[in-house]
Design a protein around this ligand. Sequence first.
Ligand SMILES: Cc1ncc(COP(=O)(O)O)c(C=O)c1O
Length: 381
Amino acid sequence: MIKPATDGLMPFYAMDIARKAQALEASGRTICHLEIGEPGSPPAPKVIEAVSRALPNPQAYTAAKGMPELRLGLSAYYSAQHGISVDPDNIVVTMGSSAGFIIGFHTAFRPGDRIAITRPGYPAYVNTLLGLGFSVADIPLSAENGWLLTGAAIHAAYREQPFAGLLFASPANPTGATIDREQLADIVETCATLGLTLISDEIYHGLDYRGASVSALELSRDVMVINSFSKYYCMTGWRIGWMVLPEHLIRRAEILQQNLFISAPTLSQIAAIAALGERDYSEQQKAHYAGNRLLLNEGLRSLGFDIGAPADGAFYAYAGIANFSNDSLAFCDRMLEAGVAITPGVDFDRTDGNGFVRLSYAGKRETVELALERLNKALKS
Ligand SMILES: Cc1ncc(COP(=O)(O)O)c(C=O)c1O
């Protein structure tokens, strides 16, 4: 087990690896970047055009909850993609979903409250919660169960140590595990039974290789949904996302946004309005990820990584490294030396993560091909 600092904070190793990779690149090496979950393509051309048109104008703060046109656009997105009506007044536009978490946690909970998260899970969940003074309950998931969260697992964790809320993502990072409507209903109902506030991180929505993603909002209005333009819309660096809140929480979220961030970046809001109309472009990116997904999964399996069927969503492979190492950090350092940047499992799971690594296939196909060649060579040497 990896030892955290006394307050529980740990580095975000994917970012540390990216920094080391950049240092190697600065010394003249080429590195295949599979460490960060970042689309290799820019946003749709119309997004750039919209921003270029707006650039000469003064870029003032917007309303704290976001530009009315963007919130209307998001409301239209919910009716077109999910067949539900969402009041634009219940939407807060945030500085990426990362800011949405800060607002969400302080809106729904009070420091000291315990929030459950899955293990493995996105590293910032545990670090943000601990850093902000909340405590964390782990819900362990297993490869045998397809890394899927279930109502039974929530009940079991709650019996061991009660908690006030649950935060989870589907499609998930790092596993890509994606639940269907019935499985989501099981989670929503379990949270209602236990009186938990449910935060559904829907950042990988749109990236479900089986079909349409199901939003928790389709099943209950008493949930908090966090989403972002980072992944599906290829806008990681634009730092723009949104949250949908139940009626009783919206005012507190607005107050926190006013005071913590004032408003999300104006140019990025303008970009986001344009992005919502460019889903065809995002679907083209998704088709490209789908090709990479098969290539990477098959390649890893043939190299001796322990990996099941390709996950249904997102753009990650979470692969077992038992055939090579029992120290995921050392393994990733070794692969980086061989020219492939990947992320150690300890980023996502402080207890069992040493047996795993995560690889992102959101970049170019040539990058995945070259990475597999380099891994092959490194593992044989
Ligand atoms: C599950 C999950 N949630 C949230 C984020 C943060 O995204 P954003 O760029 O919207 O802050 C990430 C980023 O990788 C993620 O994987």
